[in-house]
Each structure stands twice: as C-alpha cells, then as structure tokens.
Design a protein around this ligand. Structure first.
Ligand code: UD1
Length: 499
C-alpha cells in the first residue's frame, strides 16, 4: 500500500525530533514498510518530545541520587492490637465509622493491574493467575468474591449495595483483561459496576544514548508508566468523574498480586477518615517486616527540617542496608514497618492533584533488557545485558503531598500473601504461588479455630489439610463469627476444603 501524504514526516516534526536527539525515528520511518508507516508515525507524534531531553539528562545519562528524609526515623503507626499500651486506640469506634462509609455506598475498590508480571513468568494479565489454594480461582475472581461479600455484609434487602470496582490495566493487557471478565460473566458482579481503564505508557530509552528504543520496525518500545500513573489515569479516563457521580468519597487501593488482601476494611477506612492525625487524603497499611532484607517499601518520617513528622515510603532499594539492619534494644528491627501497598485515597485528594498546575510525581529509573531492533542497523537484537531504561512513577510518592497521614498495622498472615515470584523446584520461594497457598491455609485455620472449628495439625503445628476461605465467607477473622456460611465442626486430616 503506498504511503498516504498524512503518513509523511512533516518538516516541523523532523525538526522537533532533531532537537530532542531522536532523529533515528525519522530514519526508522523511512525504512518501515509503507503499510506500517502511518502506525509508526502515530506513535512518534504521541511522544512528548519537548520533555524527553530533560528526562534523558536526569534519568538516563545520570542516575538521580535518592534523598532520604532528613534525620530519617521510623514512621509511627496504629498497632494492630488496639489495646497496646504503646498507642491505645478505640477500634470499635473506627470500625463503626468505616462500616457507615461502606453502608452508605461511599467506598470504591480500585486495583492496579497494569504491571507486566515478568518475575512470575505468567503469560497474560496477572489477575488471571490461578490463586485459590483449593479452587484455583484466578486473582480477579477472588477480588470479585470480596466485593460480593462486602455487599452482602453492608447492604440489606431494603438498601441493596453496589460497590463499584475500578481496574487499571495497561495498553499491553487491557483487551485481554476485559475479555477475561466477559468470558467469566464478571464473576457474578454486575457489568456496570466494573470499570476498566488503561494507564499511560512511557517510551523505553536506550541506556547509553537516551534514544527511544524500537520493539520492532513499526513499534516504539514502551512500558507502563508505573502505578503512580493511576493518579492521572483515574482523572483522564473519566473514572474519577464516575466516582463523583456515584457519590464515592474514598478509594480502596490495592495491588493485583495479593489474594488475601482485606480490600474493603472498615477499621482502616474509619482510621483514614477520622483519626486525629489523618487529613483523610491518603492512608496506608503496614506489616512488621519478616527480615531486614525483605523487599518491601518502608514507612519512614523526617525527624527534622521542614518536613518533620511527614510520613513517606522509602523503597527497600533506596534505604541503605545499614538502616534496614538497625535494631531496637529488644532486638526488633527499628525500621520494621513494611508496606503492603494498600491505601485509602480520597476522591477529593485525587481531584486536587489533577487540578494543581504543578502536580507531577518523580520518576524512578529501572534498567532492563529490552529486545527489539538495533537503532543503527535496524537488525533484531536480544540483549544479554540491560540495554534500556524504564521510567515509572510510584503511587506512594503522593504521600509527600499529603498534609497528615496515618499508617495502620495489620498481620502478615491475615492480609499479605502476594504472588510475585515463580515457584522453585526444591524450596518454597518467598512470595510465590506455593507460599501464597500455604498462607491461605494457615490463615483460614487460625480464623476457623477462633470460632471453634477443630483443625488437624502436624506435630510441628502446621495445619494438616488445605483450606481456602472465600472472602465472600469472611474477609477478616471478625466476619467469621457472623458468616452466613455453615461451617463444619471439624476438618478431616488431609482434607482439601473450600469454604
Ligand atoms: C511493591 C511496592 C513495595 C511493596 C510491595 C508489596 C513498588 C515500587 N513497590 O513492590 O513498596 O512493599 O509491592 O507487595 O511498587 N503496576 C501497575 N502498573 C505499572 C506497574 C505496576 O498497575 O506500571 C501494578 C502491578 O500490576 C502490581 C503493583 O502495581 O499490582 C505492584 O507492582 P510491582 O512492580 O510488582 O511492585 P513490587 O516490586 O512487587
């Protein structure tokens, strides 16, 4: 097919490419088969060429130094045990406040599911990964059950509750995600309570020159712009306007990789909305770190300076090990508040960020092997070492724009069993499908014993059975006492049971 005039590079665009140091894209356009020219030209036109030189200077040709909070110290948090003398607080009061928010339909669920899941080696959207310890239910199905469970718990015959669910995809997995839901009849949810929107992308850049990489002769190499992109994508996609139309005040944010997340937690919602040290803009959940080297973000605060007392998350790779290994007199880790990437974010705060002229989250740089096309020879390449830089934004950097923020501790077994890494042949890898299934059983056993169900245990004390507890049955130990599901008196040794 001959190239149409509109598929030609205009002199203005050629000059802008030259100015941005990206003239190789003009050459790529000359070489691409005519049928693909319009496709490539569209992608070139979508690049923010005016911003690229500064990004290349600041993130590719130099590695930005991470500035720790001044006189960094561990952030304070609400301990899981509300009667702890260290910081007692009124759990019943905050639970009631959060339940009210849920009952009055003010809360939406929001999952960020745009990541590439490359560590797990799973083809397709990560939310399609089979996670249920017994049923093998995909992650998206488990979250749908949690929403249905909350609707049962907080709605009534007189006041039917529909909790909207927003799902951020990326252009790479959007269609596959939507069709997975369609094929599975939205897992029992109503079609119009689930909204999908893709996040933005960034061009991937050559690690030595900063030139935009090509994935193929007709395709610029891009990467999703990080979960921080959700704060602008919520607005740009119309999701935020949809929330306002539905009367939503708070967004319950979670990651796609954790099937045991308590994704509509009334106590957390209550603390977020009414704790004296919360500005009700953005709040976070933490667990005590499993070890000094666990790869989780850490809640820190500035101990001095203009930002004194402000809470932020410092990614494990940015907090020097010498800090991560510091201990208290009783031997516990000093920086022990690990982020499980669960937040409540107010609709008003996201709206405010999107109307502030200067709003911009910082970028974070990641070095990656990016296969594609050599930018000089245009021959295919499969790099053996990192050849590209990915730029991403992190949602938790928005904590730095919040007036006052709270952190709430939860228990690791109750709420944190992410699936991030592939299984290993001879050991249980951390954050793997197998470790996740083991935690699901341990958690269910603990909650069931609490309401009098007898659990078979091995001499070492581990449950001698496999249990999957649907979040429709209970999303926390508290729910199990009043669940509508008939529970057995005892579970047989060696049983596989889904409740
Ligand atoms: C993340 C957090 C870490 C936290 C840990 C808890 C970062 C940088 N670190 O680590 O502080 O302790 O989880 O499990 O986030 N995503 C998108 N779009 C993107 C990139 C990611 O939607 O462009 C989503 C993923 O689908 C996933 C989540 O964000 O749901 C986390 O991404 P991932 O890169 O896997 O973060 P972790 O390294 O696991």
């Amino acid at each position: 097919m001959p190239a149409t005039p509109s598929a030609q590079l205009s002199p203005d665009l050629a000059a802008r490419l030259q100015h941005a140091g990206q003239q190789h894209l003009a050459r790529a356009l000359e070489r691409v088969p005519p049928a693909d020219r319009a496709h490539l030209l569209r992608q070139i036109k979508a690049l923010d060429l005016e911003c690229l030189p500064a990004l290349v200077r600041d993130y590719v040709k130099s590695k930005p130094a991470f500035a720790l909070p001044e006189a960094v110290e561990p952030a304070p948090y609400y301990p899981r045990d509300s009667s702890s003398p260290r910081r007692p607080w009124d759990e019943q009061h905050f639970r009631a406040l959060g339940e009210n928010l849920l009952r009055s339909g003010k809360v939406a669920a929001f999952v960020v599911a745009g990541g590439q899941g490359s560590r797990l080696g799973f083809e397709g959207p990560k939310g399609c990964y089979p996670a249920g310890a017994v049923t093998g239910k995909p992650l998206f199905h488990v979250f749908a059950d949690a929403i249905l469970g909350a609707q049962d718990r907080y709605g009534s015959a007189a006041n039917r509750l529909t909790i909207p669910w927003y799902i951020m995809t990326s252009p790479l997995n959007h269609d596959a995600t939507v069709s997975f839901f369609e094929t599975n009849h939205f897992f029992g949810l109503q079609r119009d309570q689930v909204m999908f929107f893709p996040q933005g992308v960034m061009p991937s850049l050559c690690i030595s020159t900063g030139r935009v990489l090509l994935a193929s002769p007709r395709e610029i190499a891009t990467n999703p712009d990080g979960h921080g992109g959700s704060l602008t994508a919520l607005h740009a996609s119309g999701a935020l306007a949809d929330m306002q139309r539905r009367g939503i005040s708070d967004i319950s944010y979670f990651q796609v990789d954790n099937p045991v997340v308590n994704l509509l937690d009334p106590v957390f919602l209550g603390l977020h909305s009414a704790a004296p040290d919360s500005s009700a803009q953005m709040s976070s959940k933490m667990v005590a770190k499993a070890s000094a080297s666990e790869k989780v973000g850490l809640f820190c605060a500035a101990g001095a300076g203009p930002r004194k007392g402000k809470i932020e998350i410092v990614e494990y790779s940015d907090l020097p090990m010498s800090y991560q290994q510091q201990t208290n007199p009783d031997g516990s880790l000093k920086f022990n508040a690990g982020s499980i990437a669960v937040h409540i974010i107010s609709v008003a705060f996201v709206k405010q960020l999107n109307t502030d002229d200067g709003f911009s989250l910082p970028y974070h740089r990641a070095e990656k092997k990016i296969p594609g096309i050599d930018l000089d020879t245009f021959e295919p390449i499969t790099p053996a070492a990192s050849n590209g830089v990915k730029l991403e934004r992190f949602v938790f950097d928005a904590l730095q724009m919040v007036d006052k923020s709270i952190v709430y501790e939860t228990d690791r077994t109750d709420e944190f069993a992410p699936i991030k890494n592939a299984d290993e042949p001879h050991a249980v890898a951390s954050d793997s499908p197998t470790s996740c299934r083991l935690i699901q059983t341990r958690r269910a056993a603990r909650w069931l014993e609490h309401v009098g169900v007898a659990i078979p245990r091995s001499p070492a004390g581990d449950p001698d059975c496999i249990i999957e507890l649907s979040p429709r049955t209970a999303s926390c130990a508290h729910d199990l006492a009043s669940t509508h599901v008939k529970l057995p008196k005892a579970i047989d040794r060696g049983a596989r049971i889904a409740l």
